[in-house]
Design a protein around this ligand. Sequence first.
Ligand code: DHB
Ligand code: FE
Length: 281
Amino acid sequence: MAQIIGVVTTSHVPAIGKAIARGSQQEPYWRPFFAGFPAVHAWLQRTQPDVAVMIYNDHGLNFFLDKLPTFAVGAAAEYHNADEGWGLPTIAPFPGDAPLSWHLIESLVQDEFDITMCQEMLVDHAFAVPMQLLWPQGPPWPVRTVPVCINTVQHPLPRAARCYALGEAIGRAIESYPQDLRVLVIGTGGLSHQLEGERAGFINRNFDALCLDKLVSDPQALTRYSGAELVELAGSQGVEILNWIAARATLRGPAVRRHASYHIPISNTASGVMLLERAAA
Ligand code: DHB
Ligand code: FE
């Protein structure tokens, strides 16, 4: 059977993609951020996942405000990225795992998650940048991928509790797949940030610390926040924490933190990376 070997959560700021394209990882501005990743690389080297289920939010590349599903799952043989206007180079397509995608879709719909199924799907920086951060050697990518999008862009957002339940359902779906696959779940975005309006540049170190702590010890504690409360506490784009909550929930029980790093700022964002495994029974 397929098993979830761990969860990695990471920020996905487009400027990171530019820094990678320029090779600026060791510059003073970037070094503290990229220093958060060698521990994850060593763990990936050791654990060798076959598939990455990427829980993220599209920012207008594949879905726009005119038609924006609350939850969507990709079911393509491969996923291309494209120019989003950030000046990022387009990178080689990411291999999909369509049979696993369809299993997830079937299982989620039976679980009463009315998701949008996407047989074609462009993936934006929130998918591509974390792939580059986790596998800096780049293509050929050593994992197949299944994209899962949560709307964190246009209100009304799904409730945190619903994202948690989606994560649990994704976890059950993965672990009911008969093939012996080692699956890594990735949640992208966050931590606190706001890109526009009067509070542009808003960061909330205390709330980020609370999230980093609760995601390990008591993730359900984060499900009590409404969308409006998350905007207030984390900033209008800090609501991307919903992707982290869903990714954490796939473990469906106690977790141990193998690694975490937090750094302010990357562009307008409080950046973070965390690696969790299921706690031994
Ligand atoms: C930034 C952060 C994001 O999450 C994003 O999607 C785009 C930009 C930023 O801080 O620049
Ligand atoms: Fe974002």
